[in-house]
Write a protein that binds this ligand. Structure first.
Ligand SMILES: Nc1nc2c(ncn2[C@@H]2O[C@H](COP(=O)(O)OP(=O)(O)OP(=O)(O)O)[C@@H](O)[C@H]2O)c(=O)[nH]1
Ligand SMILES: [Mg+2]
Length: 286
């Protein structure tokens, strides 16, 4: 499924261009779907550049699963759990960035190159919280360091600390929604517009995932409906619609409206903290 025709190639080109001026990549993942929000091409694109992984929107994910993902990712990369809106985890992220900064500058000194501020870039899929994270790291009114020659015109660096500068434009990497499950998870968490897919199908997928994760209780509780053992998503959705007054003239449930409502409630965290991916036994590469 190619959801982003045209965008992908251009975004990759711009990212490669910006990476020439960058020493440190901060890859932002959605804590609810760390696997599906990670772009497997990133490794080849950033090559030897240092990387820190941020599990953002931790407030929307289940802590025990986020911790498990963090352990897996930490085997290869630094990893921090963050809520960019509430700015929680930001100090820990800054500490990790300082550690990397020291490593990078140490290597420079060993090569006989002068120490200088480390330049970082935020990278992630659409809507994952890149801008929120830039604001959390730099502060809205933080001093811009002005245009720097060699960087694509119009771009500026934000001072995160004495030794760290952050590109004020994030790099977008469009996910390759190579299988249907990845695509729907990206829809359900907001990286892909709901309008790009069949809304009802997205809602059925969500109910299917919740069933599989043993989390249908969240739907039962939030909407105040009854759900029977092994009840099909097709039969659950109209119960939600009826409760919420999503009706067509004649009193039939408007499934499309009910589906939109359910997906948006999940996206907004109204159903509570629900991770759509818990780590399995695969050999994950981040
Ligand atoms: N609950 C929660 N919401 C977040 C968090 N970080 C970002 N958001 C919300 O997610 C939405 C997208 O955030 P942005 O910072 O605009 O994401 P982005 O990656 O810059 O998005 P694009 O520029 O469209 O690619 C906004 O509604 C944010 O308020 C977080 O840690 N927790
Ligand atoms: Mg943005």
């Amino acid at each position: 499924m190619n959801i982003f025709p045209g965008h992908m190639a251009k975004a990759k080109r711009v990212l490669k261009e910006n990476l020439k001026n960058v020493d440190l990549v901060v890859e932002v993942l959605d804590a609810r779907i760390p696997y599906s929000s990670h772009n497997k091409e990133l490794k080849d694109i950033i090559k030897e550049t240092e990387k820190i992984v941020v599990l953002n929107k931790k407030d929307l994910a289940e802590q025990k699963f986020t911790d498990q993902w963090k352990n897996i990712i930490s085997k290869k990369s630094s990893c921090v759990k963050v809520n960019s809106v509430k700015k929680s985890g930001i100090d820990r992220l800054k500490n990790k960035m300082e550690e990397k900064q020291e490593e990078i500058n140490q290597k420079r000194i060993e090569k006989g190159i002068n120490k200088r501020p480390v330049r970082a870039i935020i990278i992630g899929i659409p809507n994952v919280g890149k801008s929120a994270l830039i604001n959390a790291l730099g502060g809205k009114s933080s001093a811009r360091t002005g245009n720097t020659p060699g960087v694509t015109r119009g771009k500026q660096w934000i001072k995160v600390s004495e030794n760290i500068e952050l590109l004020d434009m994030p790099g977008i990497l469009y996910p390759k929604a190579e299988d249907e499950d990845i695509a729907y998870k990206l829809v359900l968490t907001g990286a892909i517009d709901l309008k790009k897919v069949d809304t009802e199908n997205a809602a059925y997928k969500l109910l299917k995932y919740l069933k599989k994760l043993n989390r249908l209780d969240a739907v039962v509780e939030y909407y105040g409906i009854d759900v029977f053992e092994n009840e099909h998503p097709y039969d659950i959705l109209p119960k939600i619609g009826r409760k919420r007054g999503c009706l067509m003239t004649g009193g039939k449930v408007d499934r499309n409206r009910a589906a939109t409502l359910l997906v948006n409630d999940y996206r907004d965290g109204e159903l509570g903290k629900i991770s759509l991916e818990k780590p399995g036994s695969a050999n994950y590469e981040f």
